[in-house]
Structures are given as C-alpha cells and as structure tokens.
Design a protein around this ligand. Structure first.
Ligand code: UD1
Ligand code: MG
Length: 422
C-alpha cells in the first residue's frame, strides 16, 4: 500500500452540458460509470485513502464510490470549492495528494505511476496535454518549463486562447501544501467560481513551482457533453480492441464491436461484425460470436461454443461445444455441453415480477421456435420438438412435444380455391 498517498476525486459537478437527469460522472463508458473507471485506475496505486466529493442527495454516485470516503460538497461552487470540502477528511495526513476529476475516465494507472514516480518536494506536478481541439480546456501558461498559471477558457485573452497546451485536471502535491494553498483560492473570476486551477498561480506567488508531465489527450479528455462522451467511448473501445487483438482475438470489424474493460477471452476467439459484450463476461477458447450478437453481463461461454446472428444471452452459462446460432434469447440459463438450440428459441425467464432459471443438461436438442417457460429443467440428451411451449420438466432422454397437434383435411384447399374462382 502506498501509505503516503491520498486521492481526491471530484464528482459533485452538475454536468449541465450533458443535458441529462443522470449525474455526469454516472454516464457510462464501456458499460461502466465514468467515476468507476477513475476509481479503478487509482485503486491500482493502492492509496491509503480515496476521497470522493459528491453533491448532497447523490446516493447513486456514492454507491459507485462504495468503499471510498465520501465528502459532501454542499453547493457546487467550483472545483476549488469541491477540494475544500475534501481536505477536512485529510485531517492530519502529511503524505502526498493526487487529485483527479471524475469526468475524465480514460486515465490509466500506468500514467499515474509515472506522475508519482519521482519524490515530491514542496511542489505541484500536473499532466499537460496538447489538445487537437482545445475547446474549453484551461490553458497552461508556461515559462522556463514551469507552469505559472492555468487560465480558464472563459477568462483567457485572445492570445491565451490560441495556446494548445491544456490542463488535464490531474494534480499531485504534498498534503500540507494543498491545505495551505486551497485556503487562499477565491472566486474572483468571470464565473464567480472557486477554480482549483488557481492553486498554480497562488503557488507561484508563494515560490512553489509547478511542473508538467506531457500526456496524450486520449488519457485525459474531459467529458462534459454527449459529443465528448461519444468520443471517449471510441477511445476506450479502440484501447480494448487493441488489448484483445494483442491477446490473439480475431475481430473482423472492430468499429462494430463493443466490449467491456473486464471481458476475458480464451485463445482463437472469433468476433464477427456487430457484437456487444457487457460486463463480467468470460469467453472460452475457439468460441465464435456474431454477426449481430448481444452478450449481456454475467455470461460465460465455454470452449468451442458458438453464438450466431440475432442472439441475446444474459447471465447464462453456455457449456462446451453448445450452439445457439440463430434468433434466440437465452436468459438466466445454464446450458450443459453440446446443446443445440434451434432457431427462434426463447427462454421465458420473467413473469413480470421475478426472474426464473432454465437448466438444459448435456446433449439436449431443442427444436426451432421453442419457448422454454422457466423455471424448467430439460434432462440430459432430451429432444424438444420444434414449435413447443415447454413449461414442465423434461426427463433425460425423452422427446417432448408441446404444441397443437396437426390435422390435415384432404382436398380442402383445392375445393376452397375452386369455389372462390368459379
Ligand atoms: C476543468 C478545469 C480545466 C481543465 C478541465 C479538464 C477548473 C476550474 N477547470 O474544467 O482547467 O482543462 O477540467 O477536463 O478546474 N466538480 C465538483 N464540484 C464543482 C464543480 C465541479 O465536484 O463544484 C467536478 C465535476 O463533477 C467534474 C470535475 O469537477 O468531475 C471538473 O469539473 P468541470 O465542470 O467538468 O470542469 P471543466 O469545465 O471541464
Ligand atoms: Mg470537465
């Protein structure tokens, strides 16, 4: 544990630009709240404490921050004010503090390790990045390699607006220095907000130097609106694709494949076009998925299984060598080995109140267009006739037919057509 490190994550902002009733930091990237990404990255540093600043009545944000200390920011008066509400929880902590924004989900622990690498004196260390579209980021005013000031876009003059070196929103400084400088942050700016960025200017006046470490914008892009959310999702997906490709997964058309940060792949997995994979999914060796498949959270697909087009699987285990190749919904189910699920088979897992489970044992053959009305168990090696509505357990080795029996009326059609055309 890095016992001399405390982390503060700001997550109390209103997120007005998102035009959403959902708190900004709960918007998701790769299926996971932005705040959860930031917490995940800093946890790898094993800090002594993580303090998350949240607005009053934000139970949902606090829930994502479970296990962290929560500081309540009574009113959203700016990033400087947010840190003011967190420093009380530092108490007599004398180590170093890392501050991050909960709306910047792309940061990696590897980069944070670099920021924390060298011992810290009475100084501030931040990440600076060259933004291709500097838009509304704070600009770093640098001379002799020292950051003198961060000027917010709304307070910048025309020359400053042309600068492309921007503030990432990651700060690293000793706790006593933070306590000293944060007390001096005022709201004398165009927004009448307490800017955390003023730490740099106040530090400079107090002979405290700020240095910056360059970082790629793909790690520190802030998400303030839906355009930026969309872009961050793209960056994250590219990162996940790269990792999967490095691990030997074949991805036919990465632009159409969405995966989660925790997706686990075996060897020789083939992902065809248009595949969406939720959190907590494990995919075994030689598994083929897609095109057009939705693998929802909590699914395990074992070796040599295949999942074809227009198939949705939720919280289910698909046993070794089993096949679900066309137009199916499999939810809350456990499939054994070598099960064949015919086209159009649906597990009816929800009765409007509760979810129920379907068990399908090894070597079962389910004919096309079958409804499996859960809870139900299909015994080993059983065969289900196509078009059945199965609501009772099927013994091992049995044939189950549960459909209206067919009646053929000889010559009926011929006579009918004749009558109509006379
Ligand atoms: C901020 C920085 C800017 C930097 C950019 C990087 C300031 C003043 N500006 O601008 O220099 O380039 O991030 O992305 O810091 N928050 C609170 N309480 C508040 C206000 C904000 O907790 O009262 C939180 C937000 O939830 C968010 C983070 O602080 O996670 C940053 O706030 P935001 O309003 O997004 O700042 P930016 O305008 O993006
Ligand atoms: Mg922001």
């Amino acid at each position: 544990m890095a016992s001399n490190l405390a982390v503060i994550i700001l997550a109390a902002g209103k997120g007005t630009r998102m035009k959403s009733d959902i708190p900004k930091v709960l918007h998701k990237i790769a299926g996971k709240a932005m705040l959860a990404h930031v917490i995940g990255a800093v946890k790898e540093l094993e800090p002594q404490k993580i303090i998350v600043v949240v607005a009053p009545d934000s139970e949902a944000v606090a829930k994502v921050a479970e296990g962290c200390e929560i500081a309540i920011q009574a009113q959203q008066l700016g990033t400087g004010d947010a840190v003011k509400s967190a420093v009380a929880l530092l108490k007599d902590f004398t180590g170093n503090v890392l501050i991050l924004y909960g709306d910047s989900p792309l940061i990696t622990s590897a980069s944070l390790v670099k920021l924390l690498d060298k011992p810290l004196k009475n100084e501030i260390r931040i990440f600076g990045f060259n933004a291709t579209n500097p838009a509304k980021y704070g600009r770093l005013i640098v001379s002799n390699n020292t950051v003198r000031e961060v000027v917010e876009f709304k307070d910048a003059n025309e020359a400053q607006k042309k600068l492309t070196l921007c503030n990432s929103g990651v700060y690293y400084l000793p706790a006593p220095l933070l306590q000293k400088l944060i007390a001096q942050v005022k709201n004398d700016n165009s927004q009448k907000e307490y800017y955390l960025t003023d730490l740099i200017k106040i530090g400079w006046k107090n002979s405290v130097e700020t240095s910056y470490l360059p970082i790629h914008e793909n790690e520190v892009s802030g998400v303030n609106d839906k355009h930026e959310l969309c872009r961050a999702e793209g960056v994250m997906q590219k990162r996940l694709h790269k990792r999967a490709l490095n691990d030997g997964v074949t991805i036919l058309c990465p632009d159409t494949v969405f995966m989660s940060t925790d997706t686990k792949f075996g060897r020789d997995v083939l992902l065809r076009q248009n595949v969406v994979i939720g959190e907590n999914v494990v995919i075994g060796n030689n598994v083929i998925i897609g095109p057009f498949a939705h693998i929802r959270p909590g699914t395990v697909i074992e070796n040599n299984a295949s999942v074809g087009n227009f198939v949705e699987i939720k919280k289910s285990t698909i046993g070794e060598g089993s096949k679900i190749n066309h137009l199916s919904y499999i939810g809350d189910s456990h499939l054994g080995k070598n099960v064949n699920i015919g086209a159009g088979t649906i597990t009816c897992n929800y009765d409007g109140f509760e979810k129920h489970e379907t068990q399908i044992e090894d070597d079962v053959f389910v004919g096309s267009n079958t409804s499996l009305i859960a809870p139900v168990t299909i015994g080993k090696g059983a065969v289900i006739a196509a078009g059945s509505n199965i609501s009772e357990n099927v013994p091992a080795g049995a044939l189950a037919i549960a459909r209206g029996m067919q009646k053929n009326l000889a010559d009926w059609a011929m006579k009918f057509k004749k009558k109509k055309t006379e």
